[in-house]
Design a protein around this ligand. Sequence first.
Ligand code: C5P
Length: 238
Amino acid sequence: SRTAAVIPAAGRGVRMGPGAPKALRTLNGTPILVHAVRAMAASNAVTLVVVVAPPEDTASVRNLLADLVLPDRTDVLVVPGGENRQESVRLGLDALPESVTTVLVHDAARPLVPVDTVDAVVEAVRDGARAVVPALPLADTVKEVEPGPGNAPEPVVATPERSRLRAVQTPQGFDRATLVRAHGASRSPSGEGATDCAGLVERLGEPVVVVPGHEEAFKVTRPLDLVLAEAVLARRRA
Ligand code: C5P
């Protein structure tokens, strides 16, 4: 039984502004994707990393990762991605060898997740959970709104009790069969797709559990996040 990490990295990163796909932008000179691959390979449990690349950049991503020095136990595969995150994850799952029984799905956009968080997720799956998500309590109060057109004020529908909410990170960990079933059940031909694999498992009616996430597993989404990520790297080197 093997643990593999699938890294969906096929997004354009439109919120980051114009330029290269987000996963190929650099933090202190190293592409975000390379940081993310290293973060997964840092776990002793992970013996395969499947990177799902922008289809038009698959060859260059393969080149980029060919030179990467990783632990001997770790293989890397690069496959072309799809229209949305969900489709990209499914394409990554299709590339897994039979021997893989535990699957981590990790956003390339979370390059700095600490190895202890990765290990905690793997351990929870090995202890019997079928779906595990790392998450943190929220600092902000969250309101549900009725989205309106343009910049018109939006009516508030509800204010969920903050202490019961968690902001979900990755890697999310799964029993392989459960994750494959969740993706098979939810094939949506178009549209956004799910923003989170665990949500698909919930739709199956299967239990999903939360383990503590980490501040440094934040998602690099906007330009300000690049500044924060580089500061975290500088602090680690100090
Ligand atoms: O857009 P968002 O930040 O939710 O994307 C989360 C992750 O999904 C990113 O790592 C992104 O590269 C990936 N993604 C993908 N294929 C797409 C769209 C997003 O692999 N078509």
